[in-house]
Design a binder for this molecule. Structure first.
Ligand SMILES: [Zn+2]
Ligand SMILES: [Zn+2]
Ligand SMILES: [Zn+2]
Length: 145
């Protein structure tokens, strides 16, 4: 279940409103529907089991089990904050850094990150290939004196 939740595939029972003159059947079960909002994929099945199977299949075929949109949580760092890394299951590793680069979730641009790190007298080393952070090094005080 957590897999489907994480990938945002929804399985839900759908009802149709039937004959308004006979309240006993006013709400009729129609089908179990599977819907994935990110792909706008939707389908209906007569049983919950079939709907779940279709949802799982969709998640396996079109979505990665380890990441969301290729971003995989990679823990946190005291200086950088929450970190993400490129999902190794979704594509080849970066040729320049072999996939070790991380992406701080709190920063939109490398410039923001650089400005914050400077207050700690640190500097980030960015990968040329994927623009992730491969290392954080101390600023040389003599260079910036
Ligand atoms: Zn989908
Ligand atoms: Zn992935
Ligand atoms: Zn890289």
């Amino acid at each position: 279940m957590s897999l489907l939740n994480q990938q945002r595939v929804r399985v839900a029972a759908t009802y149709a409103y039937g004959d308004p003159w006979s309240p006993a059947t006013s709400k009729q079960f129609l089908a179990w529907t599977v819907f994935c909002p990110c792909c706008a994929f939707g389908s209906a099945f007569p049983t919950w089991l079939q709907a779940m199977a279709a949802g799982l299949l969709h998640a396996q075929l079109f979505h990665c089990r380890f990441c969301i949109d290729r971003q995989m949580p990679a823990g946190r760092d005291d200086v950088l904050g929450e970190l993400y890394e490129r999902c190794p299951a979704c594509g080849p590793a970066c040729e320049d850094c072999d996939g070790i680069a991380v992406y701080p979730a709190n920063y939109d641009t490398p410039a923001d990150l650089a400005a914050d790190l400077e207050t700690f007298k640190l500097a980030a080393v960015f990968c040329d290939g994927c623009h992730g952070v491969v290392a954080v090094i101390p600023l040389d005080p003599e260079v910036y004196a």
